[in-house]
Ligand binder design. Sequence first.
Ligand SMILES: [Zn+2]
Length: 226
Amino acid sequence: MVKSLLKKLCLRLLLMLPNDRIYAFHNVSSHPAIELTSRKLDTQAFFSFIRRHGPYIPLEEMGQPKRPSGRAAVTFDDGLEDVYTIAYPFLRQENVPFTIFVLSDKLDQPGYLTTAQLLELAKDPLVTIGSHGTDHTRLGRADRDKQRHELLASKEKLEALLGRPCLFFAYPFGSYNEITLELMRGAGYRLAYAVRGRPLLPGNHSDPYTIPRLSIDDSTLVYYDH
Ligand SMILES: [Zn+2]
């Protein structure tokens, strides 16, 4: 109890410094029409969070910080429909670049982006598309063949659809193991992202395949929204 309170306090203090941060969002509505994830964030809270936590740069420009600059990048996991219907119009109006990590086998399923929506998003210079695997497998518990499939089949499908290289990957549940990292090195991704409750401090993402992100939803907002 004391330990967890201390951890929250330390995190809060860290986040008050001008660190570089990568935010990971899922649903941007507390009551989506279809419940696909427990990671939900009230729409007004999302708008207000974005307005108060910039300036934003594209994820791919977020290099290893030599010293904290206070910049942030916005990412969405799973490729949920409300990224298109709610987040996109707002982020376009605010001129905020963002990245969507898509589950390639979930396209066109209820609650997820349609292929047409994904193509429209991908045309916008503000938007980068990355892979989140094919079906939300927890890679850290999957065997080598399944892991290889998750890294490669999703990449191939997205590249064929979008006609450009897919260079970024986000691990479902932030889960990976030694096999994942070994496969990652040969899979053709430039960078891969986990979910860990810490900002990009100088030196803490020296491995390009385990870059930390902060997951923002109704349950974690209280720690980050100072
Ligand atoms: Zn996910």
